[in-house]
Design a protein around this ligand. Structure first.
Ligand code: ATP
Length: 229
Protein backbone atom coordinates (compact mmCIF):
# COMPACT_ATOMS: atom_id res chain seq x y z
CA UNK A 1 0.00 0.00 0.00
CA UNK A 2 1.42 3.38 -0.97
CA UNK A 3 1.87 6.10 1.65
CA UNK A 4 -1.01 8.22 0.32
CA UNK A 5 -3.39 5.24 0.64
CA UNK A 6 -2.67 4.86 4.34
CA UNK A 7 -3.18 8.55 4.95
CA UNK A 8 -6.55 8.53 3.13
CA UNK A 9 -7.76 5.51 5.12
CA UNK A 10 -6.87 7.12 8.43
CA UNK A 11 -8.21 10.58 7.67
CA UNK A 12 -11.42 9.86 5.87
CA UNK A 13 -12.80 6.77 7.55
CA UNK A 14 -16.03 8.19 9.05
CA UNK A 15 -16.63 11.21 6.90
CA UNK A 16 -17.98 12.24 3.54
CA UNK A 17 -15.20 12.95 1.13
CA UNK A 18 -14.96 15.32 -1.81
CA UNK A 19 -12.64 14.80 -4.76
CA UNK A 20 -11.53 17.90 -6.60
CA UNK A 21 -9.42 17.17 -9.64
CA UNK A 22 -7.70 19.73 -11.82
CA UNK A 23 -4.54 20.76 -13.51
CA UNK A 24 -3.88 23.31 -10.73
CA UNK A 25 -1.33 25.06 -12.94
CA UNK A 26 -1.15 26.86 -10.53
CA UNK A 27 -3.79 26.47 -7.80
CA UNK A 28 -5.55 29.79 -7.08
CA UNK A 29 -8.07 31.41 -4.72
CA UNK A 30 -10.97 30.51 -7.05
CA UNK A 31 -10.25 26.80 -6.57
CA UNK A 32 -9.78 27.19 -2.83
CA UNK A 33 -12.85 29.33 -2.16
CA UNK A 34 -15.03 27.11 -4.35
CA UNK A 35 -13.90 23.96 -2.56
CA UNK A 36 -14.42 25.59 0.84
CA UNK A 37 -18.00 26.63 0.03
CA UNK A 38 -18.80 23.15 -1.31
CA UNK A 39 -17.20 21.50 1.73
CA UNK A 40 -19.37 23.53 4.05
CA UNK A 41 -22.61 23.19 2.06
CA UNK A 42 -22.31 19.39 1.71
CA UNK A 43 -20.70 18.79 5.10
CA UNK A 44 -17.69 17.09 3.63
CA UNK A 45 -15.16 15.96 6.20
CA UNK A 46 -12.35 16.12 3.71
CA UNK A 47 -11.75 17.51 0.25
CA UNK A 48 -8.87 16.00 -1.70
CA UNK A 49 -7.18 18.22 -4.28
CA UNK A 50 -5.93 15.88 -6.98
CA UNK A 51 -3.54 17.34 -9.56
CA UNK A 52 -3.72 15.55 -12.88
CA UNK A 53 -0.66 14.15 -14.61
CA UNK A 54 -1.40 14.57 -18.31
CA UNK A 55 -4.88 16.04 -18.72
CA UNK A 56 -6.44 14.38 -21.74
CA UNK A 57 -8.31 17.48 -22.97
CA UNK A 58 -5.61 20.10 -22.52
CA UNK A 59 -2.49 21.12 -24.34
CA UNK A 60 0.45 19.79 -22.38
CA UNK A 61 3.11 22.26 -23.52
CA UNK A 62 2.12 24.98 -21.03
CA UNK A 63 1.66 22.66 -18.11
CA UNK A 64 4.56 22.60 -15.72
CA UNK A 65 5.93 19.50 -14.04
CA UNK A 66 3.50 17.65 -11.82
CA UNK A 67 5.80 17.79 -8.78
CA UNK A 68 5.60 21.62 -8.76
CA UNK A 69 1.81 21.65 -9.18
CA UNK A 70 1.41 19.18 -6.35
CA UNK A 71 3.77 21.10 -4.07
CA UNK A 72 1.93 24.37 -4.70
CA UNK A 73 -1.37 22.65 -3.90
CA UNK A 74 0.18 21.30 -0.68
CA UNK A 75 1.34 24.77 0.34
CA UNK A 76 -2.03 26.31 -0.52
CA UNK A 77 -4.09 23.94 1.61
CA UNK A 78 -1.67 23.47 4.51
CA UNK A 79 -3.64 25.64 6.94
CA UNK A 80 -7.02 24.01 6.31
CA UNK A 81 -7.55 20.77 8.29
CA UNK A 82 -10.40 19.78 5.96
CA UNK A 83 -8.26 19.92 2.86
CA UNK A 84 -5.75 17.35 1.67
CA UNK A 85 -3.82 16.61 -1.50
CA UNK A 86 -3.57 13.29 -3.27
CA UNK A 87 -0.85 12.25 -5.68
CA UNK A 88 -2.83 9.27 -6.95
CA UNK A 89 -3.03 10.59 -10.52
CA UNK A 90 0.66 11.41 -10.54
CA UNK A 91 1.64 7.93 -9.38
CA UNK A 92 -0.48 6.22 -12.01
CA UNK A 93 1.34 5.79 -15.31
CA UNK A 94 -0.21 7.37 -18.40
CA UNK A 95 -2.96 9.92 -18.72
CA UNK A 96 -5.26 11.00 -15.89
CA UNK A 97 -8.87 9.91 -16.09
CA UNK A 98 -11.36 10.90 -13.41
CA UNK A 99 -13.19 7.58 -13.59
CA UNK A 100 -10.00 5.72 -12.57
CA UNK A 101 -9.41 8.15 -9.70
CA UNK A 102 -12.96 7.79 -8.40
CA UNK A 103 -12.67 3.99 -8.56
CA UNK A 104 -9.39 4.22 -6.66
CA UNK A 105 -11.04 6.21 -3.85
CA UNK A 106 -14.04 3.87 -3.84
CA UNK A 107 -11.66 0.96 -3.27
CA UNK A 108 -9.54 2.67 -0.62
CA UNK A 109 -12.38 4.46 1.22
CA UNK A 110 -15.28 2.05 0.72
CA UNK A 111 -17.74 4.91 0.52
CA UNK A 112 -19.30 7.00 -2.21
CA UNK A 113 -17.29 10.13 -2.91
CA UNK A 114 -18.60 13.52 -4.01
CA UNK A 115 -16.80 14.49 -7.19
CA UNK A 116 -16.45 18.27 -7.53
CA UNK A 117 -15.98 20.17 -10.75
CA UNK A 118 -16.67 23.56 -12.30
CA UNK A 119 -19.41 24.22 -14.81
CA UNK A 120 -16.88 24.84 -17.59
CA UNK A 121 -15.51 21.35 -17.02
CA UNK A 122 -19.01 19.82 -16.77
CA UNK A 123 -20.11 21.07 -20.20
CA UNK A 124 -17.33 18.96 -21.71
CA UNK A 125 -18.15 15.86 -19.71
CA UNK A 126 -19.37 13.85 -22.71
CA UNK A 127 -15.74 13.77 -23.90
CA UNK A 128 -14.55 12.10 -20.69
CA UNK A 129 -13.60 8.43 -20.51
CA UNK A 130 -16.64 6.30 -19.56
CA UNK A 131 -18.57 9.45 -18.70
CA UNK A 132 -21.88 7.60 -18.36
CA UNK A 133 -20.35 5.36 -15.71
CA UNK A 134 -19.19 8.34 -13.63
CA UNK A 135 -22.77 9.00 -12.57
CA UNK A 136 -23.25 5.38 -11.48
CA UNK A 137 -20.39 5.34 -8.98
CA UNK A 138 -20.36 8.72 -7.22
CA UNK A 139 -22.29 11.89 -6.47
CA UNK A 140 -21.32 14.86 -8.58
CA UNK A 141 -21.31 18.51 -7.56
CA UNK A 142 -21.04 21.12 -10.28
CA UNK A 143 -19.91 24.53 -9.01
CA UNK A 144 -21.87 27.23 -10.77
CA UNK A 145 -21.86 31.00 -10.94
CA UNK A 146 -24.73 32.98 -9.44
CA UNK A 147 -27.82 33.32 -11.60
CA UNK A 148 -27.56 29.84 -13.08
CA UNK A 149 -31.00 28.85 -11.74
CA UNK A 150 -32.84 31.52 -13.66
CA UNK A 151 -34.20 30.72 -17.12
CA UNK A 152 -32.63 30.25 -19.61
CA UNK A 153 -29.67 29.18 -17.48
CA UNK A 154 -31.48 26.55 -15.40
CA UNK A 155 -29.11 23.58 -15.43
CA UNK A 156 -29.32 21.80 -18.70
CA UNK A 157 -28.01 18.29 -18.92
CA UNK A 158 -26.10 17.13 -21.98
CA UNK A 159 -28.60 15.36 -24.26
CA UNK A 160 -27.17 11.89 -23.75
CA UNK A 161 -27.70 12.16 -19.98
CA UNK A 162 -31.32 13.30 -20.00
CA UNK A 163 -32.90 9.78 -20.13
CA UNK A 164 -30.91 8.75 -17.04
CA UNK A 165 -31.91 11.57 -14.69
CA UNK A 166 -34.97 13.09 -13.07
CA UNK A 167 -35.00 16.39 -11.21
CA UNK A 168 -36.24 16.36 -7.61
CA UNK A 169 -36.91 19.97 -6.52
CA UNK A 170 -37.15 19.02 -2.82
CA UNK A 171 -33.59 17.72 -2.91
CA UNK A 172 -32.42 20.38 -5.38
CA UNK A 173 -30.74 17.53 -7.19
CA UNK A 174 -30.89 15.47 -10.33
CA UNK A 175 -31.25 11.83 -9.38
CA UNK A 176 -29.53 9.26 -11.56
CA UNK A 177 -31.13 5.89 -12.28
CA UNK A 178 -28.42 4.41 -10.03
CA UNK A 179 -29.63 6.61 -7.15
CA UNK A 180 -26.57 8.83 -7.18
CA UNK A 181 -27.12 12.56 -7.19
CA UNK A 182 -25.98 15.39 -9.42
CA UNK A 183 -26.04 18.85 -7.86
CA UNK A 184 -25.53 22.29 -9.35
CA UNK A 185 -24.40 24.47 -6.50
CA UNK A 186 -24.00 28.20 -6.63
CA UNK A 187 -20.71 29.47 -5.27
CA UNK A 188 -19.13 32.90 -5.23
CA UNK A 189 -17.24 32.10 -8.39
CA UNK A 190 -14.15 34.31 -8.34
CA UNK A 191 -13.11 35.54 -11.74
CA UNK A 192 -9.69 33.93 -11.56
CA UNK A 193 -8.15 31.29 -13.77
CA UNK A 194 -4.74 29.66 -13.90
CA UNK A 195 -4.36 31.03 -17.42
CA UNK A 196 -4.83 34.55 -16.06
CA UNK A 197 -2.22 33.95 -13.34
CA UNK A 198 0.31 32.60 -15.83
CA UNK A 199 -0.19 35.58 -18.14
CA UNK A 200 0.27 38.05 -15.30
CA UNK A 201 3.47 36.34 -14.15
CA UNK A 202 4.84 36.31 -17.65
CA UNK A 203 4.21 40.05 -17.94
CA UNK A 204 5.90 40.61 -14.59
CA UNK A 205 2.60 41.89 -13.11
CA UNK A 206 1.38 41.29 -9.56
CA UNK A 207 -0.56 38.14 -8.69
CA UNK A 208 -0.90 39.09 -5.05
CA UNK A 209 -4.23 38.04 -3.48
CA UNK A 210 -5.13 35.95 -6.54
CA UNK A 211 -3.06 33.04 -5.23
CA UNK A 212 -1.94 32.25 -1.67
CA UNK A 213 1.26 34.02 -0.61
CA UNK A 214 3.00 30.65 -0.12
CA UNK A 215 2.27 29.71 -3.72
CA UNK A 216 3.50 33.08 -4.93
CA UNK A 217 6.75 32.55 -2.99
CA UNK A 218 7.18 29.07 -4.47
CA UNK A 219 6.66 30.38 -8.01
CA UNK A 220 9.27 33.10 -7.45
CA UNK A 221 11.76 30.71 -5.89
CA UNK A 222 11.53 28.23 -8.75
CA UNK A 223 11.11 30.87 -11.47
CA UNK A 224 7.97 29.20 -12.81
CA UNK A 225 5.77 30.52 -15.63
CA UNK A 226 8.36 33.03 -16.82
CA UNK A 227 7.79 32.15 -20.48
CA UNK A 228 4.57 31.53 -22.42
CA UNK A 229 1.01 31.95 -21.09
P1 ATP B 1 -6.72 27.01 -16.86
O1 ATP B 1 -6.94 28.50 -16.89
O2 ATP B 1 -5.27 26.62 -17.01
O3 ATP B 1 -7.61 26.26 -17.84
P2 ATP B 1 -8.34 26.71 -14.43
O4 ATP B 1 -8.16 27.98 -13.66
O5 ATP B 1 -9.63 26.52 -15.17
O6 ATP B 1 -7.08 26.48 -15.40
P3 ATP B 1 -8.17 23.95 -13.61
O7 ATP B 1 -7.05 23.37 -12.81
O8 ATP B 1 -8.25 23.59 -15.04
O9 ATP B 1 -8.09 25.54 -13.41
O10 ATP B 1 -9.55 23.69 -12.90
C1 ATP B 1 -9.83 22.67 -11.99
C2 ATP B 1 -11.30 22.74 -11.65
O11 ATP B 1 -11.57 24.00 -11.00
C3 ATP B 1 -12.23 22.70 -12.88
O12 ATP B 1 -13.34 21.87 -12.55
C4 ATP B 1 -12.65 24.13 -13.05
O13 ATP B 1 -13.94 24.22 -13.62
C5 ATP B 1 -12.64 24.68 -11.62
N1 ATP B 1 -12.35 26.11 -11.56
C6 ATP B 1 -11.47 26.81 -12.29
N2 ATP B 1 -11.47 28.12 -11.94
C7 ATP B 1 -12.39 28.24 -10.97
C8 ATP B 1 -12.87 29.35 -10.17
N3 ATP B 1 -12.44 30.59 -10.36
N4 ATP B 1 -13.80 29.09 -9.23
C9 ATP B 1 -14.26 27.83 -9.05
N5 ATP B 1 -13.86 26.75 -9.76
C10 ATP B 1 -12.94 26.94 -10.70
Amino acid sequence: MIKEDKKIKKEGSEKRIGLFGGTFNPIHQGHLRGAEEIREAFQLGKVFFIPSSIPPHKLTTKIIEAKHRLEMARLAISNNPHFSTSDVELLRPGKSYSIDTIRYFLRSQQKTPYFILGRDAFVEIEAWKEFQNLFSICHIIVMARSGFQKAPFFPKLPKSLVPHFRYVPRKKAWIHTSGHRLYFKEISFLDISSTKIRKLIQKGASVRYLIPAEVEGYIQKHRLYQVGP
